[in-house]
Structure formats: C-alpha cells, structure tokens
Ligand binder design. Structure first.
Ligand SMILES: [Zn+2]
Length: 250
C-alpha cells in the first residue's frame, strides 16, 4: 500500500465497528473516496477531531483504488469555524454538499474545486444564497440540462432577449415570447448568465438586491424541479428556514 496526501473535505461519516468511522471524503485527486478512520471514536484518538463532516484538509491515507483507503492523519487547511457556528451557513453548506455528491453520481467530472470554492466563500462571509445559486447553475451544465443563456431557446436569436423560461429551457426573445411567459426582471436575465460564467474562487464582493436574488433562486428551484428532480426537499427546507419565498414545494 502506498501513502498518499490528498486534499479533501469530509462529506459524510458513518460509525463502523466498535470504535471506528468510515468517512466519505470528496478529494481533488480521486473524487469521492471511502476512508476508514480506525479507532477515531475513542476519546484519546488523534483522529477523533478530524473524522467529522466538514473537515477540510490534507488527508494522509493508505490509498486503495477499489476499496476503502485508511486514514493516517489530517493537516487541517481551514477549520470552517464561521460555517460551523452559524445555522444558516451550515444549512447552505449541507445542501451544497448533498447536491454536489448527488450530481457526482451522474457524472465523471470531479467537482471538488467548485465544492471547495463555494464552501470557502460562504466561510469568508459572502452571501450563501448567491453562492449556492451560482453553484446550482454551473451544475446544470454537468447534468446536461443547461438552460440556453446565450441566445433565445426557441429561435436562436441573440438579440432582444426579454425573459427566461423554465418550460422552454432558457432565454426567450421578443419574437417568441407569449402572454403565458412570466417576465423576469432584465437584471435577473443578465445575472443568470453572470452566475454561470463567474469563477467562484475570484469572487470578492457580491451585491445583488433581495428581490432579484429571490427571483433567481425561484427560477433555479423551478428549473431543478422540472429537469433534475434532485434534492428539492432539502432545498425547500432550506428556503423555509431561511425565509426565502419559493414556489417550488415538494
Ligand atoms: Zn426567439
């Protein structure tokens, strides 16, 4: 067995045998890995404090490709103390983790960098709803159900975009819009595109008015409901406890 150092975040933990745990660690190098933390539930174990959900660090492991790896030690990169001490931040980060893990099951892509960047930005104090929505729209691409945000989803027109439609899967131009279509604010239309293209690591400031934020969140909830069916329950719970209006109920 060879020892490897991998960068990762614990996304879930399960008790195993008398005193151990099995951790699922989302790693930069290998995607999601099952890692056994032997003896980590015993009070004097060095692994006790780091064998918990949301530990972010360098994991030294005996790496096995096809079965459980074994944890040796962890060098913490960031304690995520702001996230861990704030129920709102925790609820967003838990949802982000659940969603990313679910999407990973449907894709070969390693989503670690987006996951890490999103959590770090929430830790640094950026608006968790905006960060969550940015990640959600990026993940739609991975899921293969990206809305059309470069041109009208019906005719391909790149000009005169007047709204965005869940049913039609993206932008709608003035020639294609009907009285049935909900007209979203012009800024919502632009922000959806900006959210998709922005590099999460490079965001240093986020200012979006509450009504626009809520409209974007509502659009994405409806879109997820229509095209993915993923994790709407946990998302509507999150919306409820954080007081966001959302039509999506499940
Ligand atoms: Zn059109």
């Amino acid at each position: 067995m060879k020892i490897e150092k991998v960068e990762g975040i614990v996304v879930s933990e399960t008790n195993y045998s008398e005193s151990s745990k099995i951790l699922n660690v989302y790693t930069k190098e290998h995607g999601i890995l099952g890692v056994i933390a032997k003896g980590s539930r015993s009070l004097k174990s060095k692994l006790r404090a780091v064998s918990t959900k949301l530990t972010y660090g360098y994991f030294h492991i005996y790496y096995k490709e096809d079965s459980l790896s074994t944890l040796i030690s962890v060098d913490m990169i960031n304690s995520l103390k702001n996230v861990k001490s704030n129920i709102k931040k925790i609820s967003f980060v838990s949802y982000i983790i659940d969603l990313t893990v679910q999407v990973s099951k449907q894709s070969e892509d390693n989503l670690f960098d987006w996951l890490r960047a999103s959590i770090i930005k929430i830790e640094e104090g950026l608006d968790p709803l905006i960060i969550t929505n940015i990640l959600e729209i990026k993940l739609l691409q991975v899921l293969g159900v990206m809305p059309s945000i470069d041109c009208c989803s019906l005719c391909g027109n790149q000009q005169d975009i007047v709204t965005v439609s869940v049913e039609n899967g993206g932008y709608i131009c003035k020639n294609c819009v009907t009285s049935e279509d909900k007209i979203y604010d012009e800024k919502v239309i632009k922000l959806l595109r900006m959210y998709y293209y922005v590099d999460i690591d490079k965001i240093s400031k986020l200012e979006v008015k509450d009504n626009l934020k809520n409209e974007i969140n509502e659009f994405l909830d409806l879109y997820y409901e229509q095209y993915t069916g993923l994790y709407l329950k946990s998302k509507s719970f999150l919306n409820k406890i954080n007081g966001y209006d959302s039509i999506a109920t499940n």
